[in-house]
Design a protein around this ligand. Structure first.
Ligand SMILES: Cc1cc2nc3c(=O)[nH]c(=O)nc-3n(C[C@H](O)[C@H](O)[C@H](O)COP(=O)(O)OP(=O)(O)OC[C@H]3O[C@@H](n4cnc5c(N)ncnc54)[C@H](O)[C@@H]3O)c2cc1C
Length: 417
C-alpha cells in the first residue's frame, strides 16, 4: 500500500506545524496557500511563546471595557458596527463565554497546550537548527498605575497555581531586570515562564526545512471548493486545478469559516486585526519583551529590530490600516517609554494581520462530523504563534493514530455546530 496523502490549506504557523508532524509520521504532505508565503498573520506578530496568557479574550469585564474603548478613535479595541449575521452571533456567543466559570475551565486547557507548544518549539529549533533569536528569559507586564498592578495579581496567582514562574516586581526591581530602557511605571509582573523569538525569520527557515524534506508548498494557490460525497471530502478545487488526498486539513486562519461553510460546518470566527511595526534602529533596545498593560501593546526585541504590536479591530476581512489607531499606538509607546521621540517613528512601515478569533477564546482543533477525513486547526486569536506547534502535533496525532494527546470538549471543532 502506498503512503497516505494529506492536503493542508493554509501555510501559517499552524499549517506548517501540521505538515511537519504529519511528515514525521510518514504521511505524504502538500500545502496550498493563497498568499505568497511571506506575509500572513504568522509573520508580523509579537513572537511571544507565552504560557502566562491563561485568560482568554472573552473574560468578565471585557465587554464594558470594550464599550468604553469604542468611543475613543485611538483606543486599542474597535468593532466596526455593521449588520452582519455572523458578527452578531459571534458577539452573542462572546458575551455568553465572558464568565468566570468559563475562564476557570479554559485556563487549564490553554496552559497544557501552551506549555506543550513551548517545548515543541524548543525541539524544532534544536532538531532543525533554526536560528530565529529564540530566548526563554521571560516577559514583563509593565503597569503604569497601582490599580492595574493590583489587577494583574489575579493573573499572577492563577499562573502560580498552575506551577508557572510569575512574580510581582516593584519599580526598582523591574529596573534591575531592564536597566537600559526607562518605563513610566508603578511596577511590573515578571513571567519567567515565557519566551520569544523573531517570527518572520522562524517562518522562512521552517518553510525551507519542510521543503528540503519533501513537503510540497504551493503558494499563490487558493482553495475554491471542497467537494464532499458520502460523508467525506473526495476532492478539492483550487485556482490551479483539482486535487485528491486521503485527508484534508483547514488551517486557513481568519479565512477558515468561509471554507468550512461550504460543507455546512459552522465555526464562528472573526478576524481580529492587529498592527505591528519595527524600529530597526531604536533609541533604546529592551533586553526583555514587555506588554505595556494599560496601552494593550507588546514590545519585542527581535533579531532585526524592536517590534511594537497592538490593537484588536473586528472590522471584517481586510488589511486596511487605520491611521488613528496607529497614532494611538505611537502615543501610547511614548507615554510609557519617554526615551522614544516622535521622530523615531517617522519611517515606520506598518503591517496588519488578522487573528482568527473564536467567541470563547479557545481554538478549534481536531476532526469534525461534517466530513470524516476533514480536520481543522484554527481560532487561536492572540495565542496562535504560541500554539502553532501543539496544534500541528495534535492534528497529526488525530490523523495517524485517531487520538490527540491533549483533548477537551472546549477545543472541539463541532462545539458550535
Ligand atoms: C499584531 C499581532 C500580534 C500577535 N502577537 C502574538 C504573539 O506574540 N504570540 C502569539 O501566540 N500570537 C500572536 N498573534 C496571533 C498569531 O499571529 C496568530 O494567531 C497566528 O499567526 C495564526 O496563524 P494561522 O496559521 O492560524 O493563520 P495565518 O498565519 O493567518 O495563515 C493562514 C493562511 O491561510 C491562507 N489562506 C486563507 N484562505 C485560503 C484559501 N482559500 N486557499 C488557500 N490558502 C488560504 C492565507 O493565505 C494564510 O497564509 C499576534 C497577532 C497579531 C495580528
Amino acid at each position: 500500500m502506498g503512503k497516505e496523502k494529506a492536503i493542508i490549506i493554509g501555510a501559517g504557523i499552524v499549517g506548517l506545524s501540521t505538515a511537519y508532524y504529519l511528515h514525521q509520521r510518514g504521511v505524504d504532505v502538500e500545502i496550498i496557500d493563497a498568499g505568497d508565503g511571506n506575509n500572513n498573520c504568522s509573520f508580523g506578530n509579537a513572537g511571544y511563546i507565552s504560557p502566562s496568557h491563561l485568560i482568554p479574550l472573552a473574560s468578565p469585564g471585557i465587554i464594558s471595557q470594550g464599550l468604553r474603548w469604542m468611543l475613543n478613535p485611538e483606543s486599542p479595541f474597535y468593532i466596526k458596527p455593521r449588520l452582519n449575521a455572523d458578527l452578531i452571533r459571534w458577539g452573542w456567543l462572546f458575551k455568553k463565554a465572558s464568565t468566570s466559570a468559563r475562564v476557570n475551565a479554559a485556563a487549564p486547557v490553554l496552559k497544557d497546550l501552551m506549555v506543550k507548544s513551548q517545548t515543541l518549539y524548543e525541539e524544532i529549533i534544536r532538531d532543525e537548527n533554526i536560528q530565529a533569536g529564540y530566548d526563554h528569559s521571560g516577559l514583563l507586564m509593565i503597569c503604569k498605575t497601582k490599580e492595574s498592578l493590583h489587577h494583574e495579581k489575579e493573573l499572577v496567582n492563577m499562573a502560580k497555581s498552575f506551577g508557572l514562574d510569575a512574580e510581582i516586581l516593584t519599580r526598582e526591581e523591574t529596573e534591575q531586570l531592564e536597566p537600559h530602557v526607562r518605563y513610566e511605571m508603578e511596577g511590573s509582573v515578571y513571567f519567567g515562564c515565557d519566551a520569544w523569538m523573531t517570527p518572520h525569520i522562524f517562518m522562512r527557515q521552517f518553510q525551507n526545512r519542510l521543503q528540503e524534506v519533501g513537503v510540497k508548498i504551493s503558494y499563490g494557490e487558493r482553495l475554491e471548493e471542497l467537494i464532499k460525497s458520502e460523508g467525506q471530502i473526495t476532492e478539492i478545487v483550487t485556482s490551479k486545478g483539482k486535487h485528491q488526498a486521503d485527508h484534508f486539513v483547514i488551517t486557513a486562519g481568519a479565512w477558515s469559516p468561509l471554507l468550512a461553510r461550504q460543507i455546512g460546518l459552522r465555526i464562528p470566527l472573526q478576524g481580529g486585526k492587529g498592527y505591528s511595526f519595527m524600529l530597526t534602529n531604536p533609541p533604546k533596545m529592551t533586553r526583555l519583551p514587555s506588554i505595556l498593560v494599560e496601552g494593550r501593546l507588546a514590545t519585542t526585541p527581535m533579531v532585526d529590530g524592536l517590534r511594537f504590536a497592538g490593537t484588536m479591530e473586528l472590522s471584517g476581512i481586510n488589511h486596511d490600516i487605520n491611521q488613528n489607531r496607529l497614532n494611538g499606538i505611537i502615543k501610547s509607546i511614548r507615554e510609557f517609554m519617554p526615551d522614544f521621540r516622535e521622530v523615531d517613528f517617522s519611517d515606520i512601515k506598518p503591517w496588519a494581520g488578522l487573528r482568527p478569533c473564536t467567541p470563547d477564546g479557545l481554538p478549534y482543533i481536531g476532526n469534525t462530523k461534517a466530513a470524516r477525513n476533514l480536520y481543522v486547526g484554527t481560532g487561536h486569536a492572540m495565542l496562535g504563534w504560541t500554539l502553532g506547534p501543539a496544534t500541528g502535533l495534535l492534528i497529526a496525532e488525530k490523523i495517524t493514530s485517531k487520538k490527540m494527546s491533549i483533548d477537551s470538549p472546549l477545543i472541539s471543532v463541532d462545539r458550535y455546530a
